[in-house]
Write a protein that binds this ligand. Structure first.
Ligand SMILES: NC(=O)c1ccc[n+]([C@@H]2O[C@H](COP(=O)([O-])OP(=O)(O)OC[C@H]3O[C@@H](n4cnc5c(N)ncnc54)[C@H](OP(=O)(O)O)[C@@H]3O)[C@@H](O)[C@H]2O)c1
Length: 326
């Protein structure tokens, strides 16, 4: 039986999501809800929607809608989770789960009390290159882990709600950067402490930081280094990840399909089979977790963990000190 999934909020990323869902015709029935009925109808036409709704409330009241994909601004995640849970719909909420731990805990509790599945839409964890990297690390091919480095420098110019620190919950770190926090957590484990510093600001209109460097240590000493900026001069750069171990080192572009592994004797390129963007396997995991009555892989607790590390990084940015995660 296909999953009746309604996209709530017809904005920029909803388009990317809906385009990727086209390969799941027959497995997922898409619906679209917007505060503007015309926009919802346009998305439904463009992306083979079964129906469209001119309000989020009419969408969640419709019996054909079994689950919602909340693709709305961060400051509205709690309100929209509460609305969907009250209508007993399963919930796939975009990252970050929320702006604060209090909001995030309330989201998890709301879903639990309503008995609905809650999954955080952390698609990076489902990318083929990230899955392949995890297999290589878990196989012991890299030996003892020494360091993970991630770099994304781009020339994104945020507007609307993203400009407000209050509505976004911060700047680049809680927005795009939280994907890197999740990859770090997934590939090398939860850090024990975090230090973060913002770069000198270039995007004056943005209240949050436009560039950040985050440094973490795990209990065993593995170092994590994230460099994420929205204000690169000269266009987009690659989204690089490198993981160094005592025996070998892997590197890959998050937008790519290949992993390079070098063990000091030779360098090989491995293909990462599977979905490049991670959105399709993420939605299949959401559907399977609902059907099987189990926690999804990126459950509310994963969302809480990623948010906690992110917020401790903000605490460090403000205090100038290393912050413990214990
Ligand atoms: N996984 C990823 O790689 C990825 C990439 C980008 C963004 N995201 C996440 O996706 C979510 C949406 O981001 P986006 O870039 O798509 O944002 P966006 O373009 O601003 O779209 C958000 C949509 O939310 C709805 N909305 C409801 N109340 C609103 C309000 N008061 N102000 C503004 N919009 C309101 C609007 O849809 P209607 O007008 O149609 O109701 C709006 O188009 C965020 O959680 C973001 O972090 C994830």
């Amino acid at each position: 039986m296909s999953l009746g999934l309604c996209v709530i909020g017809c904005g920029d990323f909803a388009k990317v999501f809906a385009q990727e869902m086209q390969t799941l015709a027959g497995e997922v029935d898409l619906f679209f809800a917007s505060r503007d009925s015309q926009r919802a109808a346009e998305y439904a036409v463009a992306f083979n929607g079964k129906a469209s709704f001119g309000s989020y409330e009419t969408a969640t009241a419709d019996p054909r809608v079994e689950a919602v994909y909340l693709c709305t601004p961060h400051f509205l995640h709690r309100e929209h989770v509460a609305m969907a849970a009250a209508a007993e719909k399963h919930i796939l909420v975009e990252k970050p789960i929320a702006r604060t731990m209090e909001e995030a805990r309330s989201i998890v509790q709301t879903a639990q009390r309503a008995g609905v599945t809650l999954m955080v839409a952390e698609n990076y964890r489902f990318m083929a290159v990230v899955r392949r990297a995890k297999e290589l690390i878990d196989s012991g091919a890299l030996g003892e882990l020494r360091m993970i480095q991630m770099q994304e420098e781009t020339d994104f110019r945020p507007g609307g709600w993203r400009v407000s620190r209050e509505q976004n919950g911060g700047g680049v770190l809680i927005d795009g950067g939280i994907h890197k926090i999740d990859i770090l957590n997934y590939l090398v484990g939860r850090p024990a402490d975090v230090y973060a510093t913002a770069l000198p600001q270039v995007l004056d209109q943005l209240e949050g930081e436009d560039g950040v460097v985050v440094l973490t240590h795990s209990r065993s000493g593995t170092v994590g280094l994230i460099n994420h900026s929205w204000a690169k001069v000269g266009g987009k750069g690659p989204k690089w990840v490198t993981v160094s171990g005592a025996k070998a080192r892997i590197s890959f572009d998050l937008a790519g399909t290949q992993i390079t592994i070098n063990d000091g004797l030779e360098e090989r390129t491995l293909e990462a089979a599977g979905d490049r963007h991670g959105l399709v396997p993420m939605v299949l995991e959401f559907r399977d977790s609902i059907r099987q009555g189990r926690e999804p892989e990126t459950s509310g607790s994963v969302g809480l963990e990623d948010l906690e590390i992110t917020l401790k990084a903000y605490e460090s940015m403000e205090s100038g000190h290393v912050v413990s995660l214990d």
